[in-house]
Design a binder for this molecule. Structure first.
Ligand code: PEP
Ligand code: MN
Length: 355
């Protein structure tokens, strides 16, 4: 696939390409106030959700077509380009009719090939940038499939948005980053611009700066960040929205390094280390959960917490396995001792806890 630039006229080819705006367009005042503040800070592309995919019916599902008039006003008044999410053929036609400059396909939609195909067909022959969010589930091939559907419909100004992946594990993230997935996508399609969405990955305001920096360190091209003039009053995703002023501070604090090959390689490797550490933590937390279950069992059956024979077996078995995997047995012993200590502590909590 040969992609064309997603840059719109007048937008500098400089990292990070920034797209910012509220999760949802709520009222004309909220949209315009936020847009004016963002424009004053130099933001050039304004995002706002007009149709909101909600888990359950009855919530705020977006203001729909009337909100597209507000985006028109944003464009006329501030000169910013506008972007919104499309999930159906109707959304595409309405967005185009109202002069939206850029559209994105949401994570729930890109997980559905029928929906992606419908959007691709509706966009056929249209020359605007289209951004494709990763599907909610960590399926790189499904993400690539969505890119291909758009590309085959003649859309060449393509970019992707990494917004993390849903998980049932307990993590600090709303959607775990699993950086190795966008990294692999970048390896396969080096010319495809990747934009990071720290708002939907983190789900919390205080994670936006770190995630944005990580995305820059991984040499991502841009950032799409949710920003609201009054985040606490937002009608959707309020915990993860920041004021234009806070967003500006985050952007000022970003360190964007030159993409010299050597530095780039190092950042990629470090990103992989971060990702692996994250996986180690997930696995450890699963292991502790199982330890607690064992603790419950022991309690119910009147068994002691420490079973020396089993512990000894684990130590021997894992340290000889580690040696076969290019690690010292002594190192593995220390790791296991620390893990075991914590498991015993957690079992004690279960044993002494409520019935
Ligand atoms: C959004 O950008 O507001 C949104 C709904 O995101 P996602 O599709 O990533 O959940
Ligand atoms: Mn949102």
């Amino acid at each position: 696939m040969k992609f064309e630039s997603i840059l719109l006229p007048g937008i500098e080819d400089k990292r990070p390409l920034l797209i910012a705006g509220p999760c949802s367009a709520e009222t004309e005042d909220q949209v315009l106030k936020t847009a004016r503040e963002l424009a004053a800070n130099g933001v050039k592309i304004f995002r706002a959700g007009v149709w909101k995919p909600r888990t359950k019916p009855g919530g705020f599902e977006g203001m729909g077509v009337p909100a597209l008039q507000w985006l028109k006003r944003v464009k006329a008044e501030t000169g910013m380009y506008t972007a919104t999410e499309v999930a159906t053929e109707k959304h595409v036609f309405e967005a185009l009719k109202h002069g939206v400059d850029m559209v994105w396909i949401g994570a729930r939609t890109s997980a559905n090939p029928f929906a992606v195909q419908e959007i691709a067909d509706a966009l056929s022959g249209v020359d605007i940038p289209v951004l494709i969010k990763n599907p909610v589930n960590p399926d790189l091939e499904l993400w690539i499939g969505a890119i291909q559907r758009l590309y085959n419909a003649g859309i060449k100004k393509l970019g992707v948005i990494h917004r993390g992946f849903s998980t049932s594990d307990k993590t600090i993230y709303r959607n775990i980053p699993q950086w190795h997935i966008p990294i692999e996508l970048k390896r396969r399609f080096p010319d495809l611009p990747i934009i990071c969405d720290p708002s939907h990955i983190g789900g919390k305001r205080n994670l936006i700066a770190t995630l944005s920096q990580q995305a820059m360190d991984l040499n991502f091209y841009g950032l799409i960040v949710e920003s609201h003039c009054s985040p606490d009053d937002a009608w959707s995703d309020k915990e993860q929205q920041v004021t234009p002023c806070v967003l500006n501070e985050v952007m000022q604090s970003l360190v964007v390094r030159d993409t010299l090959q050597s530095t780039e390689d190092l950042s990629v490797l470090r990103g992989q280390i971060d990702e692996l550490d994250n996986e180690i933590l997930q696995i450890l937390s699963k292991r502790m959960r199982i330890s607690r279950e064992i603790g419950m069992y022991k309690k119910e059956h009147g068994m002691p917490v420490l079973q020396t024979h089993r512990y000894d077996e684990i130590l021997k078995d894992r340290s000889s396995q580690a040696e076969k995997m290019d690690m010292s047995g002594e190192f593995m012993r220390k790791v296991l001792e620390a893990i075991h200590e914590e498991s015993v502590r957690q079992q004690f909590v279960v044993m002494s806890g409520r019935d």
